[in-house]
Write a protein that binds this ligand. Structure first.
Ligand code: SF4
Length: 361
């Protein structure tokens, strides 16, 4: 198969996707990333949109085997930001022209938690006169809760499938009602039905995961008509059943990093007009990770603006970057990174997924 021919095909098939994900030679990878950047420039522009990320609580009712803040991890110091703290950070994002917020926490479904989110949504809309866009990443909820938050002004929702292969999914999660694959897919469908721009994503480099599985993940994004993608390398966490005693060798993390970039590039070439985030997990492995993610076709960055005192406690994986920085430092360091790539930061804009509007016609 000639690389140039595949890269310019109108519609790739599963074999093409696996072929591209298997590329290893430096000069081939350069061509792949260059093509992905070209597609991004055509469908999105050489633009980057910010979502100021507030991780407002690390309490979680779930026990995902890979996650550092899983319920049974007794080593982690739990925290809740107060409503005032969240609003203060949201105000910072608004005053610094970030355009959008992303609100994330461990998963809870109780009435107090739902009310807390209600209050935040109302206040964020109020403080910004409706100008701050809002992405939620708050796990599985009932249809009523999703709808309620949508009506209060949240318009994007990120719920990662982590792996679209059910066998792999079942190895990442306990086998019970709370961690059901079907329920998760059902939630993605509900979010779409309600009207959210829907995001999902997978972990890359999981034990037992093949390149074919990753190609299927990209086909899953298409099948589910996904608008936004947030995916990154799987980084083991010491205090988890999956990560205990496992530290990736330099070789292994380089492999995952490269695979992460290839997934961004292939997803961009295949899906064209979706939003794709260059996640902090990329930067955790490689200091230039997010820049390389943008060069490979990503167009979204999520600078962490969680209050300083809690940043270190929200570690889903080892070596999370930026936990010692404050929001201001992050802003400056990121701006430099984006400019170095040749992209422009679209301050003050929502940066909605063009795919979402294309569907709406
Ligand atoms: S991945 Fe999400 S739902 Fe699972 S344990 Fe971690 S925070 Fe909770």
């Amino acid at each position: 198969m000639k690389l140039e021919t595949v890269l310019l095909k109108e519609k790739l098939n599963r074999n093409d996707l696996t072929y591209l994900l298997n590329l290893e030679k430096e000069e081939e990878l350069e061509k792949l990333f260059a093509r992905a950047y070209e597609v991004k420039s055509e469908y999105i522009g050489k633009k980057v949109y910010y979502r100021g990320l507030i991780e407002f609580s690390n309490k979680c009712i779930k026990n995902c085997f890979y996650c550092g803040i899983r319920r049974d991890n007794g080593e982690v110091e739990r925290f809740d930001m107060t409503e005032e703290q969240v609003i203060e950070q949201a105000k910072w994002a608004y005053e610094n022209n970030y355009g959008s917020l992303a609100l994330q926490s461990g998963e809870r479904q109780d009435a107090d938690y739902i009310q807390f989110v209600d209050n935040i949504l109302e206040k964020v809309k109020e403080l910004s006169g409706g100008k701050l866009g809002i992405t939620l990443s708050l796990g599985e909820q009932s249809y009523e809760t999703y709808k309620r938050w949508y009506d209060l002004g949240a318009h994007r929702y990120l719920l990662r499938i982590e792996s679209s292969n059910k066998d792999i999914y079942s190895k990442l999660h306990p086998e019970d009602e709370l961690h059901s694959f079907e329920k998760r897919v059902e939630c993605l469908k509900m979010l779409k039905e309600i009207g959210y721009q829907v995001g999902t994503g997978v972990m890359i480099g999981l034990p037992g995961q093949t390149v074919e599985d990753l190609a299927d993940d990209i086909l899953f994004y298409e099948k589910m008509d996904i608008d936004m993608i947030g995916m990154g390398p799987y980084i083991p966490h010491d205090d988890t059943p999956m990560g205990r005693g496992i530290a990736d060798s330099k070789e292994e993390s380089d492999r995952k990093f490269k695979l992460g970039l290839k997934m961004i590039a292939v997803a961009r070439i295949y899906l064209k007009d979706v939003n794709i985030a260059a996640t902090t997990a990329l930067q955790a492995i490689n200091p230039l990770g997010r820049e390389k993610g943008l060069k490979a076709g990503a167009n979204i960055l999520m600078p962490i603006i969680t209050v300083d005192e809690h940043r270190a406690k929200y570690q889903l994986y080892n070596n999370k970057p930026c936990i010692d920085d404050n929001a201001d430092k992050c802003k400056n360091c990121l701006a430099g990174r984006v400019t170095s790539v040749g992209d422009e930061i679209m301050y003050g804009e929502w940066g909605d997924s063009p795919h979402y509007y294309k569907k709406k016609g």
